[in-house]
Ligand binder design. Sequence first.
Ligand SMILES: Cc1cc2nc3c(=O)[nH]c(=O)nc-3n(C[C@H](O)[C@H](O)[C@H](O)COP(=O)(O)OP(=O)(O)OC[C@H]3O[C@@H](n4cnc5c(N)ncnc54)[C@H](O)[C@@H]3O)c2cc1C
Length: 490
Amino acid sequence: MASSSISAAGQPGRIRILNQPSSNPSGPVIYWMFRDQRVKDNWALIHSIEQANKRNVPLAIAFNLFDQFLGAKARQLGFMLRGLKQLHKKIQEDFDIPFFLFQGEAVDTIPKFLKECGASLLVMDFSPLREVRSWKDTICEKVSDSVSIHEVDAHNVVPVWVASNKLEYSAKTLRSKINKLLPEYLIDFPTLGPVKKKWDKPTCVVDWENLIAQVVRKGAEVPELEWCIPGEVAAMEVLMGLEKGFLTRRLRNYNTERNNPMKPKSLSGLSPYLHFGQISAQRCALEACKVRTVSPQSVDAFLEELIVRRELADNFCYYQPHYDSIQGAWEWARKTLMDHVSDKREHLYTKEQLEKAQTADHLWNASQMELVHHGKMHGFMRMYWAKKILEWTSGPVEALAISIYLNDKYHIDGRDPNGYVGCMWSICGVHDQGWKERPVFGKIRYMNYAGCKRKFDVDGYTAYIKRLVGETKKRKAEILLTNKAKELCP
Ligand SMILES: Cc1cc2nc3c(=O)[nH]c(=O)nc-3n(C[C@H](O)[C@H](O)[C@H](O)COP(=O)(O)OP(=O)(O)OC[C@H]3O[C@@H](n4cnc5c(N)ncnc54)[C@H](O)[C@@H]3O)c2cc1C
């Protein structure tokens, strides 16, 4: 098939052809879903259906559950699997598309499945993370002479490779490029039609409850969150639910209160859903544009974070192979950090002390408790939190390693380009400029307790976190007791 006939509803730039065999087999299309775990507003799924219908072949979705992926625990895996359970039901019942769940290494399970079902086309969604890119390279090698492979950027509003062909220096340099392309890419999604040719091979039965129980047991060190309901329906509710939706109820305060950790509801709360692809950023942007007249400044500020900052993070991880190490910092930042690496630190804490929130700074301890127990630290506190880790450890290498470790272990939205770039911004000045030179930080932007005190009610925040953690612990104890009672008298 000629590459010119490629289209995810008329946007050729959204798709890249990674493999095009000379022969033209007539087997099914397989969509290996990884980052964009949703039925609605998913360009990779739209493209898969279009291709299946053009080729007059059936379509199936495959998902691979890794034994281990970047340290994800019950908190993240439970959320993901509960979302996938809903997706499985919806895609099968509403669209009659089978869903296959594999466990193990995708480099084995996906090629094996393609071979077994005689696939003609593999569609993959896009992630800039090195692990995912390396699996894709291996899969491409394994299936090179038999199966076409298309990669669809279903995560970004403007596909990462279209927005820019290089590592961008800052939000300023990417913003103008993205803004120029928005009329072409920030478009409405077509309605998902049926796949004409039905799957006639055996399908897959998943014992979701058993699988979730296993995964949750294995990753119990970081338990699931009660407050964050997984799935596409819940995601849309957070975006625009009538009672507590961001665009319907909470938008007005975004511009003025999003940097106040005492007002977490002023933020959208969408990051868990965006991270797991349970909602499309493009859908969030389209809906936000519709209510711009209600609060133009809030909508503009939200779109800046949702599109420019988020897609800048993908740009960084895509074009900078060292996206999570000091080697990935700009030259000026590396130099200034190294110039100050032997500066005396007022406090030095170990990873264990930091993880247990045992520092002399009650504000920092509160943010760490918010991370561990609530699973989503306020955006403003994330910056302070990471910068303090730089101040209290032996240098940027250790600081980066510890901040990424804690971020990925406890955040429901962790293991995301935004997280790597957030830590790199805070510790290595990525996408930032140089500031007045000072001990330890050099020219990296500095944040301190006094600055926070000027900005918001620091004592109010620590008291609020204390309450939040107390309530979370109490509810957990109640659930444990109820479960124990059920075991004793079933
Ligand atoms: C040290 C550090 C670590 C971070 N770790 C993560 C992480 O693991 N996962 C994650 O998704 N975000 C991370 N961020 C970015 C940001 O703090 C969160 O995206 C935001 O707090 C999520 O809450 P929200 O969706 O309610 O935010 P909102 O303000 O409502 O933002 C809406 C969306 O815009 C995007 N966004 C907002 N702020 C940023 C930003 N600074 N950079 C890139 N995109 C942004 C996110 O996708 C977010 O969901 C980190 C930032 C820092 C400084």
